[in-house]
Unconditional design. Sequence first.
Length: 364
Amino acid sequence: MLVTSIPTPSIWSRLADVARLVATPLEPSHYLELVNPLWSSREIHARVEAVRDEAEGVRTLVLRPGRGWRPHRAGQHVSVSLSLHGRRATRVFSIASSPDRTDGCVEITIKAAQGGRVTPTLVRDVLPGTHLILGEPKGDFVLPEIVPDKLLFITAGSGITPVMSMVRAMALRGPLPDLVHIHYAPSAEEVIFRDELAELASLHARYALNVVETRDDRARPGVATTLSAGSLEQLCPDWREREAWACGPRAMLDTIETIAPRTRMERYQAKLSASVPTGAGGKVRFAKSGVESRADGRTALLVVAENAGVAAPHGCRMGICHSCDVTLVSGCVRDLRTGNDITECGARVQVCVSAAAGDVELDL
């Protein structure tokens, strides 16, 4: 006869049961958060340890993540949440620091968006001691485990941040490989990480830094202030032999996609499908709010909701973080990136990159 025994609970599990009973209706983790938010087991909290100005309207936040944080890979991004006017606001930022730094901190470098609400607050108002909430590091805009012998980085503006993480990571491990870095900025004063980049270029013989000032064509005579096949040939004649990574504005990345389609790219704006019809749309009903609005077939449902006064959770606004996912009650929506229709009731829809394709009802 097979006899099974009931395992005896350990003293620790008994203590945990008692703690939960005493803490009810809250969990013990709620009380730990009151003592130190970094001990939270429900969310990843981070304390701002320091702030550093990088350029006009650009600031680096040095964050100490708490319990639950796992090291990122150089080039990945993270969602950052804060309380803004009584509501949680979330945005996604590239991590600018190397995963190999020894103090346990990570850095995000933020440019205040003109007319924005979240980034200006993070840049101007957040001080050391502030606590933020982080998501897990995500993204596949990373270097391979074995770094290629010849690299090409093309960046512009704040698009330098994930690439800076890569450069810092490689520099901490030893001499930089054969690396050409082309960076576009309006002026020398607006180059993010300007002093550190110059120092890296002076310390590493194989790191060739080319800064192109887009507002001054006299800064580099004979070199175009925008990326083209000709300017790429001038700045990096052997670019076809190099493994390439690029991050920056949509127009620059669209050009690179045409010139060098094998380039790995990180976009801060969703690339929309050209096949989405401009005239299709319909009536949008927001079920929980009881609000109805008309929408065309190209305007993101997140924008439709905001224009109608419906509070819609969101983060990156480009289909990365899934903070805006909403259940489709009925009707049809179209993914603006692929042109594909979603008609299955109960499906989760990313409203920041989806539009109405006929009448639609959302659980919002």
